[in-house]
Ligand binder design. Sequence first.
Ligand code: ZN
Length: 222
Amino acid sequence: MNSESDLREAICDAGRRMYARNLVAATDGNLSARMGEDRYLCTRSGIPLGDMHAADILIADGSGRKVEGEGKVSSEFFTHLAAYKERPDISVVVHAHPPKAVALTLAGLSMEDYALPELVVALGAVPTADYATPGSHEGAEAIRVLIRDCDALLLDRHGALTVGDTVLDTYHKMEKIEHSAESLLAAYLLGKVQTLDDDQMERLLKARAEYGLRGKFFKRET
Ligand SMILES: [Zn+2]
């Protein structure tokens, strides 16, 4: 079990990585970690994720109220709380605005066509949650059902959300989303995207089961 100070450092480190990898700009994005049933570390509103110190991170309760620290709890923390509520097994939520993944949703495209084998094995399905006003309670409702079965979601015309066990692991899922979106975007620009066939998918599902990874696959419509 991580100590609170380890978690604070890990959140600052992930924030720096997110900024360096262009997954967020300015004061976009937020991270949180569950420390107990009613106690969460969360990034504050209006802070640049790439330039945070351990003491900048707030403590909030399960209703989204600040318990400790300077500044306001991020308005998007309600979306994190919805994820924690639906997923008792997870300890971390990361939200970013990865530009290429967002571009796919702006163009009405998704990551649900199962084209990249590595993405299938690592994350399973990456569905897109319905559009919601960023920072609103509506955003929390938009992810509620999908997050029960998936560790990574795109948020329509807004960003992406990942959940996991550790800060680094959950950050890596976000990095993987954007890296995959970059390949998909390039393929769309070049022409067409080849999707995996049923036999290829079956072998990937088997590999995934062998690794003991979580996350659902949504069956393709044929
Ligand atoms: Zn956002």
